[in-house]
Write a protein that binds this ligand. Sequence first.
Ligand code: UDX
Length: 438
Amino acid sequence: MRITMIGTGYVGLVSGVCFSEFGFDVTCVDIDEGKIERLNNLEVPIFEPGLDTLIERNFAEGRLSFTTDFESAVSRSDVVFIAVGTPSRRGDGEADLTYVFEAARRIAKSMKPGTTVVIKSTVVVGTCRKVAAIIAEERPDMDFSIASNPEFLREGSAIEDFMRPDRVVAGVKDERGADVLRQLYRPLFLRETPIVTTTLENAELIKYASNAFLAMKITFINEMADLCEKVGGDVQKVASAIGLDNRIGSKFLHAGPGYGGSCFPKDTSALAATARKYEAPLRLIETTMSVNEERKRAMADRVLRALGPDPVGKTVGILGIAFKPNTDDVRDAPSLAIVPALQAAGVEVRVHDPEAREQAEPLLPGVKWCDAPYDVADGADALAVLTEWNVYRGLSPQTLADRMRGKAVIDMRNIWRPEEFNKAGLNYSGIGRASEPE
Ligand code: UDX
């Protein structure tokens, strides 16, 4: 089976490369010539552990190619995936589907009869049917199938998530679409991965409902963390104990500075907008979104409070800018709200991130970038951990204390042991940990 993947963004590139690793012939298409040229020189445009090795191998063995020639790739393919971006539209928060519809129109023009068009981009309910209507309008007599195959890839562990998913969701309208998706994911059935075959609408809803639920779960534990601080509790103890209940589950219960990234903020906003449009408002999701926004501001205030009554001219060291570890992605990262709020209060900010500097530099004017984690502590009145990179876990409290001017340490990811920092003479505070853990 020959596959074309339209869009070499995060989702398209990872999915295309992984399908080639399954042994399929995959052509990845993008309109960005520079990107395609870099990929053909085996330069990977995103930081994703393991992706470079898979690209090198499958490219060398001739199963994976990159091109801007949309028409010739599509005309030779049995399956065409649409994996273009669906950004939030300014103003109403709805997903902007322009790129999806443009891709559908171009596919229609060059596809061969019998092609299955699969929508991988995250799209609001009803979009797959619209894509089918666009194709039918462009080519009234064309025989094709339409399918929805949302992804659940986490940045930083996307390859593992693709190769070992909890489930594959296949939204289909006919038997050929179902059959194509079964064939594509056959390698996973050996691992007994469940495939949920359902309608197009259900598949579209499953994707949004999953992300919205996870965003809500994180927000729940973040609010519990605030309560723990007030009443002398420890959110980590509470989270691990409630997580033992199978109905709740232990994952996505780490309290922190609020969720970020390219999916949760955008998807909750798009789902909420759809729900409002259909007059079935999702009040829990609306609240989740506003609590998460307020949280970032509250985190900045917390750092400012640690600086005392007059923060002007004080220095804060920030460890971690990416929205989570193992990615260079800074989209909707809490850091992008927290750092400017500190600067607006007159604070000098020193920052470090192992991967995100290039992406973040244009977005964070006026900060001092440091080459090594310890350097952010130099002369700092307060130090804050925003991203739980592994390299920060083992930093010596004493070295940090020696290099700092002040004593405040705000660990927004709970990666350090309070007693070790307090022993070094620092004033440690974590998230939702009022009492000392055993
Ligand atoms: C997410 C979904 O997990 C994935 O299934 C979907 O396809 C895309 O969106 P991703 O955006 O890569 O993936 O990141 P994820 O690991 O889910 O984390 C999202 C945000 O939530 C991060 O800012 C992270 O720091 C935060 N988070 C996550 C918490 O604050 N606490 C947690 O317990 C888990």
